[in-house]
Ligand binder design. Structure first.
Ligand SMILES: [Zn+2]
Length: 307
């Protein structure tokens, strides 16, 4: 056929062949499993053996919109530091060493997990955007100085997001982050959220006192950052039904607790559960703590060259 077209026809044919590089998409639903499968279906991009072509297939995984309940681990951390000498039980349980934290972040990356924020969960449940495959939320409570000096550099090295719940009355004290550190982390993409003014047990406070704790901390952070702050963590996970009302009236959208589960719905957004990463945890405990993998869809964008 080409022989009958002449030079102009051949050129047109070649141009047509180039144009016939068409993009095909394939989707595969990946069902849930109890544990991640090393070497299994991960996030894109991965490159098939395409003979060196620049038209390499790109594979991404995502959780489609519309599910009312999803399993997403919201990991809870406090101190990321080496254990002090003779730590008491509380400090021991709240401390993950930098080496272990790095090992956990390495494992998440190697096993194709994607860090998301509470803001991303809100966007999913309100139909604004999908979630990536194997989403995980990393939260760090209280705003200790090691959030900035230790956890933040490790997160950046992994290109990971996280959520920091700040006790505003402690900011700029020696053991805690400074205002400048909070602003820097916010600009990078660490979601900054409220953890009250001075970390009281809300369940024991009068309504006006609860209102002060939730309203003032929110306003303080919003003034510092120049944007809305609508996510909250209950100090020590303690709360009651009236606290949820106070939070809603103050303009909060979500609140996390210390209840243990990885399953979340939009209806329970003012009492979302978390997974406490224990100081004594081995990597195997960490992997188990991530819970079931939410089923996701694999989409392969595959340029096909007609020749
Ligand atoms: Zn706390």
């Amino acid at each position: 056929m080409v022989a009958t077209l002449g030079r102009a026809g051949t050129a047109a044919m070649c141009a047509l062949m180039v144009c016939l590089v068409i993009v095909a998409s394939y989707t595969v639903l990946v069902s849930s499993g109890a544990h991640p499968r090393p070497g299994g279906l991960g996030p894109g991009p991965f490159y098939a053996n395409d003979g060196g072509s620049r038209f390499a297939p790109v594979t991404t995984g995502y959780i489609p919109l519309g599910r009312t309940e999803i399993s997403v681990p919201i990991l809870m951390y406090h101190y990321i530091q080496d254990l002090p000498r003779n730590p008491d039980t509380l400090t021991y349980n709240l401390t993950v060493t930098p080496a272990n934290f790095t090992g956990q972040m390495d494992w998440l990356r190697a096993n194709a997990y994607h860090t998301v924020t509470i803001d991303d969960l809100r966007a999913y449940f309100t139909g604004q955007h999908t979630l990536p495959s194997k989403p995980v939320v990393i939260t760090l409570d209280d705003g200790y100085r090691d959030l900035y000096t230790t956890a933040y550099p490790i997160l950046r090295a992994h290109d990971f997001k996280a959520v920091a719940y700040i006790v505003t009355g402690f900011v700029n004290q020696p053991r805690y982050v400074t205002s400048g550190m909070i602003v820097e982390m916010d600009r990078y993409g660490i979601e900054i959220a409220s953890h009250t003014v001075d970390h009281p047990n809300l369940a024991r406070l009068t309504e006006p006192s609860v209102a002060y704790q939730v309203v003032y901390s929110k306003q303080w952070l919003e003034k510092l950052l120049g944007h809305a702050v609508v996510d909250f963590a209950y100090p020590s996970g303690r709360f009651d039904a009236t606290d949820e009302v106070e939070l809603q009236e103050a303009g909060y959208s979500t609140a996390v607790t210390e209840l243990e589960s990885t399953h979340h719905t939009w209806a329970t957004r003012l009492a979302w559960s978390r997974t406490r990463v224990g100081g004594a945890w081995h990597l195997s405990d960490f992997i188990k703590g991530l819970g079931p993998i939410e089923p996701y869809v694999i989409q392969t964008t595959l340029p096909v060259s007609e020749s």
